[in-house]
Each structure stands twice: as structure tokens, then as C-alpha cells.
Design a binder for this molecule. Structure first.
Ligand code: GLN
Length: 311
């Protein structure tokens, strides 16, 4: 099968959309953030972007949804670029946590050093570094996303931000715990505010697949040809996604799908096939680890049909 052929991807995405139908109704839409509970559970979209500029879509691929933890990928890349890798990696680890994304358990045993930047504790440290560095951090996050996607219309959904802030007791506990251990430098409130803002970004499958294309292309933008990050960083971030991108579901995801990916409780999963393409799927019903249930199935089918697993 010639994988870069346009009709091939179109028909693969169409086939996947019909094959995943029996999976609906098996997961649960996130409801601990009240604004997310209202999203239609039958939404489904997929977008594929290749490093040669090809784009393929199906279903609700251009509808924007709450990217939630997928934003942790963008804040990490921004912090590595602007704050510096050495400073950041002293404050956050690079190992899978094996526990829920909002768990506090390891943080106590490990004295306020989060296991990795993709669990909430680690992402709060990354956000803290941005709050320390910029007077208006979310503006810089938006500018960075504009640089990655070429789209300056991507926005934060304020309803989602307010809704999460009103019920964000666990994140407040994590941030206070980090502060108590000296691993939060700014004040707790502005860090939480900025964290909820970047989690509340609305993007579509197409936006997200475009945004991560440099990770498939050795750090280089396929749009401007500029290096947006060193190639070694792109490689390392892909490794980190493979080992930490789906919380305690990461091993099962690697077994079933086998590509670096990052999920969010809005139901999005974005994946990278280095040297080839990026893919994003959106389906709001989640499995027990908080990863899109239908989305995981769709990616498993995509990899099965294309043979594009990295292994
Ligand atoms: N904003 C969410 C939270 O902090 C993000 C979690 C996620 O997407 N896994 O709980």
C-alpha cells in the first residue's frame, strides 16, 4: 500500500469512522469540569497531516473542543525554549507515574518533584516557570500556538476556565503542596489561573495535528521552514509522550497503538509518527484513565491499517 496517496488516507479515515460506531456508549464524558459534561458524546473527528503538506479530515475534524491536558505539550515546549531545559529538568522528572493524572500520592514520597511534565503536578511546575518568566504568560502561549499552527484565531474558552477554576480543589491542593516543597516559585493563584487558561484552549483536530507537525519533522515548521525547536528536543519530547503522554494508560496505549501521543480529558488525542505524519482524534467519552475510549480505538485501527507504528 502506498501510504502517501490521498485516496488511501481518505478511505482509511472513512472506514475507521464506520468501524468505531459500536464503541460509542462504553466510556464517560468528563464531568468533574462541569462545562465539559455538556459536550455531545457522539462527536467524532480525525485529522491527518503529513510532513509533505497533505491534510485529510473526517467527521468533526474542524470543530474546536477543549484541549485540556494536550496543552501541557505546548507549555512544555515553550518553557524549554524560553526558560531553558536545565532549570526545568531540575524541578520535574521524566518517568511515567503509573497513577492518575491528578494524583498527589507520589508527590509526597518524592518531596514535591513531579514524575513528569504531563501529569498535573508536573504541568503546574512548567506553568509556574512561565508565570515567573512572562508578565502575561497566556499571551505568550497563544503566540506560540499561532507560530506552530499559523492560525491567530485560536482562543481560550472562558466558560471552561471559570468552570474548572470553580471546582479545581485537587489542582489547588497539588499547587499548594508544590509550594510547600519550594517547587512553585510564583504565588499559587496566578499559576492555577494560567494553568486553567491553557487547559481551556479550544482547538480542532486539524489545528492540533498541524500544531505538532514540527515534532514529526525534526523540529522544523513545514509551513515556514523555520526551526521551531532543535531536532534533539523534538526527538526527546516524542519519547516523553510515548512514556508519559497518557497517564496510567500509557503502557496499554503503546501496546495497542505504538506511537508517541498526548491526550486530554476533553477527548482529544494527538499522535506523532516521526518522519511521516501527525494525527489527531476527538471523541469525548473517556476510559478509566481519562483517555478517549473511541479515540484510542480509532488510532489503533489507523495504525493497524497503515502499519505506521514506530515499532
Ligand atoms: N485541566 C484538567 C485538570 O487539571 C486537565 C486534565 C487532563 O486533561 N487529563 O484536571
Amino acid at each position: 500500500m502506498k501510504i502517501d496517496d490521498q485516496t488511501t488516507y481518505s478511505s482509511i479515515l472513512c472506514d475507521i469512522q464506520s468501524e468505531i460506531q459500536p464503541e460509542f456508549g462504553k466510556g464517560k464524558v468528563a464531568n468533574y469540569i462541569p462545562a465539559l459534561a455538556n459536550v455531545d458524546p457522539r462527536k467524532f473527528g480525525m485529522a491527518v497531516c503529513t510532513i509533505h503538506g497533505g491534510e485529510w479530515l473526517c467527521g468533526d475534524a474542524t470543530e474546536r473542543f477543549s484541549i485540556q491536558s494536550i496543552s501541557k505539550l505546548f507549555t512544555l515546549l515553550l518553557a524549554l525554549q524560553e526558560v531553558g531545559a536545565d532549570a526545568l529538568w531540575k524541578r520535574v522528572g521524566r518517568e511515567p507515574s503509573g497513577s492518575a493524572f491528578n494524583s498527589l500520592v507520589l508527590l509526597e514520597a518524592e518531596k514535591g518533584i513531579p514524575r513528569n511534565p504531563f501529569i498535573n503536578a508536573g504541568a503546574l511546575v512548567v506553568t509556574d516557570s512561565l508565570v515567573e518568566h512572562f508578565s502575561d504568560p497566556i499571551r505568550h502561549v497563544l503566540a506560540w500556538i499561532c507560530e506552530l499552527t499559523g492560525d491567530n484565531n485560536i482562543r481560550v474558552d472562558d466558560d471552561v476556565v471559570r468552570s474548572e477554576a470553580a471546582c479545581g480543589f485537587t489542582n489547588a491542593a497539588i499547587a499548594n503542596f508544590l509550594k510547600a516543597h519550594g517547587n512553585l516559585h510564583a504565588e499559587v493563584m496566578p499559576v492555577l489561573e494560567t494553568y486553567y487558561q491553557h487547559c481551556g484552549l479550544s482547538m480542532s483536530c486539524l489545528d492540533l495535528a498541524r500544531a505538532v507537525l514540527p515534532l514529526a519533522n525534526q523540529g522544523i515548521s513545514i509551513r515556514t521552514r523555520n526551526a521551531l525547536m532543535p531536532s534533539a528536543r523534538a526527538r526527546r519530547i516524542n519519547s516523553l509522550m510515548l512514556t508519559c503522554g497518557l497517564y496510567e494508560g500509557v503502557g496499554n496505549f503503546a501496546f495497542r497503538v505504538g506511537i508517541p501521543a498526548k491526550s486530554g480529558v476533553g477527548g482529544g488525542i494527538v499522535g506523532v509518527v516521526p518522519g511521516k505524519l501527525t494525527i489527531c482524534v476527538w471523541s469525548p467519552e473517556l476510559d478509566e484513565a481519562g483517555n478517549s475510549l473511541v479515540g484510542t480505538k480509532a488510532l489503533e485501527l489507523f495504525i493497524g491499517k497503515t502499519g505506521l507504528s514506530i515499532f
